[in-house]
Write a protein that binds this ligand. Sequence first.
Ligand SMILES: [Zn+2]
Length: 263
Amino acid sequence: MKGKSDAYKKLLERLGDVDMSSGGNFWKPPEGLSTVRILPPVGKMEYFFLEIGQHYIDNTSYMCTNICSDGADPCPLCEVNELLFRAGQKEMADRYRVSRSFWMNVIVRGEEASGPQKFTPGVTIFRSLASYVTDPDYGHITDPDEGFDVKITRKGVGISTRYETRCARNPNALSDDDDMIEEWLEKSTDIVEFVAGQMLSYEDLAEQTGVDVFLEQGDMSTLEAEADEDEPEDNGDESPSSKIEKRLSRRSGRGDTRRKRSS
Ligand SMILES: [Zn+2]
């Protein structure tokens, strides 16, 4: 670290809200059964969820500029991860891997007084949710009037944590009180804006994490050529379910380098 205290301070301020362990109205399923209602998208959110990538380096979480921009922008940490992996440095590569999660607003049943909370499940829970969204018997599970509560059972702790996710059998209203629904939707976090506020530029991210050194040495030209091939074309007008399926299939081709953050 060479005289970065100001930039570092700025970074910490930006990251302050994202620390998953320290509240900030993030909700994590406790052991046992929880029932939640996922809230529909608000503000700039296109869908009820936003796919997020985070790199955890020295116990600090950094937003992945590639995943959080839906593939539009490059991420120096992902590039270094790939460079090291290709160079056979798997253990070092591991340090720069990305964790994917899907951020959304929920009302936790029994904790309605807390209002909307941010829920950040990983791929396992999200895959279950996606299966309901794409199932015509369910569909719009976030609809405030005719959507479905979601039951999440958490078993175990740490790396042995297992989740079971299923939708309630019957649709129900988010609340019997229309004013309450309106208030919850107003208080929901615009996840797109929230995450945009936590993102660093490519250069800052590379510098703050010290990977700028790797990138100066690496041969990025081959990497970019291959990355372009992987990227499916976006045809603009997609239904949420086809977009979800595309995301899931895009991911399945890659080596599973994700790690569920143990709580
Ligand atoms: Zn990344």
